[in-house]
Design a protein around this ligand. Structure first.
Ligand SMILES: [Zn+2]
Length: 82
């Protein structure tokens, strides 16, 4: 199972979990229980710390990551007829 890093928009906590792609959308913050989570790409914590002002690039990267997850899910559901 792939591991994902999440950043909570409510309490700003970061955590990582191993979960299947189908659970991504319904994942809630383990600290406060909100579902306002951002998926943070692995290895990005350094970028976040060093490059606080250029979040735009990261946003783009995250939305691209989300897009590819969507595509991946589509492929999966085709394959497994979910
Ligand atoms: Zn939270």
């Amino acid at each position: 199972m792939p591991q994902y890093n999440f950043l909570c928009k409510e309490c700003n906590q970061e955590f990582s979990l191993r979960l299947s792609v189908s659970k991504l959308d319904s994942q809630k913050c383990v600290f406060c229980g909100t579902d306002s989570l951002k998926i943070v790409p692995n290895n990005s914590s350094n970028i976040l710390l060093e490059n606080n002002t250029s979040g735009e690039h990261l946003e783009k990267y995250i939305s691209e990551t989300k897009e590819s997850i969507k595509e991946y899910k589509k492929e999966l559901s085709k394959e497994w007829d979910l």
